[in-house]
Ligand binder design. Structure first.
Ligand SMILES: Nc1ncnc2c1ncn2[C@@H]1O[C@H](COP(=O)(O)OP(=O)(O)OP(=O)(O)O)[C@@H](O)[C@H]1O
Ligand SMILES: [Mg+2]
Length: 275
């Protein structure tokens, strides 16, 4: 469990980036974090793995105050995929990149070989395994960053903009993978600007604006609330936009529609009423 208790953070005195944040993240949920550029999302998630420590208030990870432990200790349970993959990659080959964290955590040689092979395969990178990470395309580099963090099979996973530069097929694969984190042991926090991906991926959505939490709840409710969307500079999912358009003509048409199934059901009901 992750707990933020009245957390404030500033890089420079007098310029708060996070303001009095309180929230709890429990295992079993995939949670999304959205908000405008500069809202403080990356700053918030860096408090969880101790890369940044709160200026005021406290962050607890499984009961441990992040100020009283090291980032190395937290890294054992928390996997963090950076927004910019280039900040994360440094090894000479893809194999060495994925093996790095496993070696640090003292996995056996057989286990390392097995996981390196499995995770390179999962992210369709096997054919480049002896190559330098810097020869990969942008999307492939992002996937290598994912593979090198996920191979540790962390209990808590933080993904900062994982769909950036990914094609539709890779996004679908990422969704399938994220589903495996929806269980009583894992916590997955997804930072994203991608509303279409968020509505498919998350059970709960947090919205940050200018360092403050302005919404916490069901994605369907939040992503159809114009006031919140406006403050966080988000566009609603296309289905929600369509629903708002239809509601102008058919006043009973629901506007909190974010999935194809819900949209199809609403249209069916409308057609039944028209008959
Ligand atoms: N190391 C730093 N020193 C000073 N200010 C910083 C530093 N890192 C970030 N900031 C500032 O803190 C604010 C929040 O940045 P942060 O990276 O958390 O935003 P974000 O919500 O992740 O934005 P984006 O959607 O663009 O990724 C921004 O105004 C940024 O300029
Ligand atoms: Mg960011």
């Amino acid at each position: 469990m992750i707990i933020f208790e009245n957390v404030g953070f500033e890089f420079e005195p007098g310029h708060p980036v996070l303001r009095n944040l309180s929230l709890e993240l429990e295992p079993g949920q995939v949670v999304g974090l959205m908000g405008e550029n500069g809202a403080g999302k990356t700053t918030l998630v860096k408090q969880i793995n101790g890369l940044l420590k709160p200026t005021t208030g406290t962050v607890y990870v499984d009961g441990i105050d992040t100020r009283e432990t090291s980032t190395a200790q937290l890294a054992r349970k928390i996997g963090f995929v950076f927004q910019n993959a280039d900040h994360q990659l440094f090894a000479d080959t893809l194999q060495a990149e994925v093996a790095f964290a496993l070696r640090n955590l003292d996995f056996s040689k057989d286990e390392i070989d097995d996981r390196v092979a499995r995770y390179l395969e999962l992210f369709e990178l096997t054919r480049y395994q002896d190559q330098s990470p810097f020869l990969l395309s942008g999307g492939e580099r992002k996937r290598l960053a994912l593979a090198s963090v996920l191979c540790v099979e962390p209990q808590i996973l933080i993904l900062d903009e994982p769909t950036q530069a990914q094609d539709a097929l890779q996004k679908e694969k990422l969704l399938t993978f994220m589903d495996t984190f929806r269980d009583p042991e894992h916590i997955l926090l997804l930072v994203t600007h991608d509303v279409e991906f968020a509505v498919k991926a998350v059970d709960r959505l947090l919205v940050l604006s200018q360092g403050q939490l302005i919404a916490d709840g069901l994605p369907t409710h939040i992503l159809s609330n114009p006031r919140i969307l406006d403050r966080a500079r988000l566009l609603p999912p296309q289905l929600t936009q369509l629903a708002h358009q239809l509601a102008k003509e058919f006043p009973n048409f629901p506007t909190d529609v974010t999935t194809i199934a819900a949209a199809a059901e609403a249209v069916n009901q409308l057609l039944r009423r028209q008959r």
